[in-house]
Design a protein around this ligand. Structure first.
Ligand SMILES: [Zn+2]
Length: 296
């Protein structure tokens, strides 16, 4: 992903006219894979694009045979002016400490090539479904569980930043993001020390029947990273990601790729962890140098 995001600047510094990268994926079924690309002010902005691995391999074979390779780039991407957007928020109010909040979130924007079903539509379904499950089970947590569907994750993280600023005065007991696709349940990543994660791992047997018992030191999420930097315990729902990048940011990211059973179990894992964190006595804060920004 660094090659995609930093490539145009590094190539321009070396005098390139344009940059083409191999899509950041193992297999993409000949679909190009899009994503954020960064420019800096003092370096010439050159055109940049990703092409499918199969076509990259063909170009490499042509080069190896010393065949002349000529490319004509026709790019349609453009940056439009900013427009107003909004996060969508709903809550299960806490029964004892409603002013303390556990955020469960995802992002509602997506790249426009597919329909964003797994990045991050399924994450949003998990967060909303987690709250619905708790409500249906008549479980009213001690603290408030707040569902936040963040806007503009892919292109600037404005929703996550605006949320953290607007709610800076509130006590956040934890934040859980689901933005890693909709594969088979596996576990939850936690941005915390080994000891803090061990304190959560005692609950792993509750997650095992869902297949989500791997509670491990890991990432939070891009949208909640401004909270992570403020010391809020940050977690991510981590399904099996083996095939996530086959779909990620590509025209193949459509709803037919999602298993309803995986979606249900991942939602239940999110609901369970949110409930535990909203219910347990103590609030864990983390060392702020452990940033959780895995924006990609
Ligand atoms: Zn995403």
């Amino acid at each position: 992903v660094e090659i995609r995001s930093q490539g145009p600047v590094e190539a321009a510094r070396k005098g390139a006219k344009a940059v083409l990268i191999r899509s950041v994926t193992n297999f993409a079924f000949r679909q190009p894979h899009t994503g954020a690309t960064r420019y800096v002010d003092d370096v010439r902005k050159i055109p940049a694009a990703a092409i499918p691995p199969e076509d990259v391999m063909m170009l490499a074979r042509m080069q190896a045979r010393k065949m002349p390779v000529k490319l004509r780039l026709v790019l349609g991407a453009k940056t439009l002016p900013d427009r107003q957007s909004a996060n969508a928020i709903g809550e299960l109010r806490g029964r004892e400490k409603p002013e303390e909040v556990v955020v469960i979130g995802c992002h509602i924007d997506s790249w426009d090539v597919g329909d964003g079903s797994t990045d991050d539509g399924s994450g949003c379904i998990m967060a909303m479904e987690a709250a619905r499950m708790l409500k249906a089970a008549k479980l009213v947590p001690r603290r408030t569980i707040r569902v936040v569907l963040f806007t503009n994750e892919e292109n600037g993280l404005r929703g996550g930043q605006a949320y953290a600023e607007a709610h800076a005065e509130e006590v956040h007991a934890a934040a859980i993001e689901s933005d890693s696709g909709s594969g088979a349940p596996w576990g939850l990543g936690v941005v915390a020390s080994e000891e803090q994660v061990a304190a959560l791992r005692v609950y792993a047997p509750l997650f095992d029947p869902l297949g989500a018992g791997a509670i491990h030191v890991g990432h939070g999420g891009a949208d909640i990273s401004p909270l992570t930097r403020r010391g809020v315990l940050s977690l991510s729902v981590r399904p099996d990601g083996s095939h996530y990048f086959d779909l990620h940011h590509s025209p193949a990211d459509t709803v037919d790729k999602i298993s309803p059973a995986h979606l249900q179990h991942n939602s239940a894992a999110m609901a369970l962890m949110a409930y535990i964190l909203a219910e347990r006595e103590e609030i864990t804060t983390i060392a702020t140098e452990k940033e959780g920004d895995d924006h990609r």
